[in-house]
Ligand binder design. Structure first.
Ligand code: NAD
Length: 479
């Protein structure tokens, strides 16, 4: 059983209610039960951090860096154990889980070093001294999704704490165990317990947190619908950083290496069972290569082995939740009703050993209408839509034909058109001959359009610290 952490104590939700989490590969197995917190728990958590974080803010940058680096070392003690917990709670494969488990401490170390780089500037002045200084914003609420339950929180808690803030962490209700592991590591590393609170639960407690005026900044990653609701609640006077959904295209031009394109499309579309915000969901293939590419993608998709993430040789785990499974099936039905042609997948596998999990076969459609739901809306499941394009210009038009703008890739040997694509495509991340997924740890990350508030980029040092600090301009003359 997991608990909330408030004021340094592990406690139940005040109402005592619990939510159960089951293994998505076999829902007969209960993995955890976690507090189903409500508004009063959010209130208690903010009270504790608003009082407690100042001790942390007063500590030297060196000490803050030491604590974050020590938390990284705790997480590195037994990566296989942590990866196993991640597989059973969230559903990704062991290899995917191990990748996330290794990336998380690397993130914390990177942010540890950032605490030493919170510099200001000095300005030429007629007399005296003019300089800027950065201070923590205060209480940060971090609200996170389930698809990277360690990695995404580490990209919020790490920089927030590096800058001396206190954090109320509201993880996804789907992944309470991994959230606890991250918080436990920080406490073991010496983070003062007043600097952090953990409240489990769903939208209800998240909403209460965002409504609380003592929260100076809300950092959120999740769906565009939830992000919009949060933005409305937070209002104009407090900070809000939202990273949301995507409908990420791969454009394949007529000069592309088709095998290379097929490999990176399949990786981007079916890795994490299609549940990556940057996952590939549209292929915009030039007429000249469309049919060959489609055939090769379908062959690769059919070669993927589904199963529980702890089994050997498994390429794709289950979807994380019943809702994701139902939503994916609904998009398949909508695509068929819109006249798209199904080439493979389209539903759960027939293997009776997988009957108790939320498995969904990798699914490929062609002849997808440009205006259909499948062409425009995020599925967040293993469903890939092929659309034909007749030229580079046509590809840009279709690529930019959704509200989203997270990640977009092009496969071509023509450097000129690759660079033109980077300029013209409306997405915050652009990949040339690379999958839409996979990001550098130290480069700015964030979408455009409905994928992001675009006010603050996540991840990279200097840009990121702007969200977690307030800047003052100080004028000094000799007295
Ligand atoms: P979600 O929006 O349902 O939930 C995300 C978090 O927000 C959860 O902790 C949830 O409890 C909370 N929440 C939901 N409604 C809320 C509200 N009104 N007020 C406050 N909190 C609220 O998303 P999910 O299903 O957990 O994750 C999948 C989504 O996340 C996809 O849309 C995916 O594209 C997106 N995502 C985006 C990125 C990115 O960096 N852009 C990364 C990962 C996932």
């Amino acid at each position: 059983m997991t608990a909330n952490l408030i004021g340094g104590e592990w406690v139940a939700a005040r109402g005592g209610r619990l939510v159960e989490r089951r293994n998505p590969a076999d829902v007969r197995r209960v993995v955890a039960s976690a507090p189903d917190s409500a508004a009063e728990d959010a209130h208690d958590a903010v009270t504790a951090v608003a009082e407690g974080y100042r001790e942390w803010a007063r500590q030297s940058p060196e000490r803050r860096a030491e604590v974050l680096a020590a938390a990284a070392a705790v997480l590195e003690r037994d990566p296989e154990k942590l990866a196993t917990e991640l597989v059973t709670e969230e559903g990704k494969t062991f290899a995917e889980a191990l990748g996330e488990v290794r990336r998380t401490p690397a993130n914390l170390r990177y942010y540890a070093s950032e605490s030493l780089r919170l510099t200001g500037r000095t300005y030429p002045a007629a007399s005296g001294l003019v300089y800027t200084a950065r201070q923590p914003v205060g209480v940060v609420a971090a609200i996170t999704p389930w698809n990277f339950p360690l990695n995404i929180p580490s990209r919020k808690l790490g920089p927030a704490l590096a800058a001396g803030n206190g954090v109320v962490f509201k993880p996804s209700e789907v992944t309470p165990v991994l959230a606890c592991r991250l918080v436990e590591a920080l406490l073991e590393a010496g983070l003062p317990p007043g600097a952090i609170a953990l409240v489990h639960g769903g939208a209800r407690v998240g909403e209460a947190l965002t409504r609380d005026d003592r929260v100076a900044a809300v950092t959120f990653t999740g769906s565009t619908a939830a992000g919009r609701a949060i933005h409305a609640t937070v209002g104009p006077h407090r900070r809000c950083q939202l990273e949301m959904g995507g409908k990420n295209p791969v454009v394949v031009l007529e000069d592309a290496d088709v095998d290379r394109a097929a490999d990176l499309i399949v990786r981007g579309a079916f890795g994490l069972s299609g549940q990556a915000c940057t996952g590939t969901s549209r292929v915009l293939a030039h007429d000249d290569v469309h049919d060959t590419l489609l055939e090769r993608v379908v062959a690769r998709a059919e070669a993927l082995r589904l199963g529980g993430g702890l089994e050997d040789g498994v390429h794709m785990g289950p979807l994380a939740t019943r809702e994701q499974h139902a939503k994916t099936a609904e998009y398949v039905d909508a695509a068929l009703a819109d006249g798209a042609r199904l080439h493979t997948g389209g539903g759960p596998p027939e293997d009776p050993r997988l009957a108790h999990g939320y498995f969904f076969r990798p699914t490929v459609f062609s002849a997808v209408s440009r205006t259909s739901r499948l062409a425009r809306e995020e599925v967040f499941g293993p469903v890939l839509a092929f659309l034909r394009v007749s030229s580079f210009e046509d590809a840009i038009e279709v690529a930019n034909g959704t509200d989203y703008g997270l990640s977009a890739a092009i496969v071509t040997r023509d450097l000129g058109r690759a660079l033109a694509f980077a300029e013209e495509v409306g997405s915050g991340l652009v990949k040339v001959n690379q999958p839409t997924t996979g990001m550098a740890m130290n480069a700015p990350f964030g979408g455009l359009g409905a994928s992001s508030t675009q006010t603050f980029k996540e991840q990279a040092g200097e840009v990121m610290s702007h969200f977690y600090t307030v800047e003052k301009t100080v004028y000094v003359s000799n007295g």
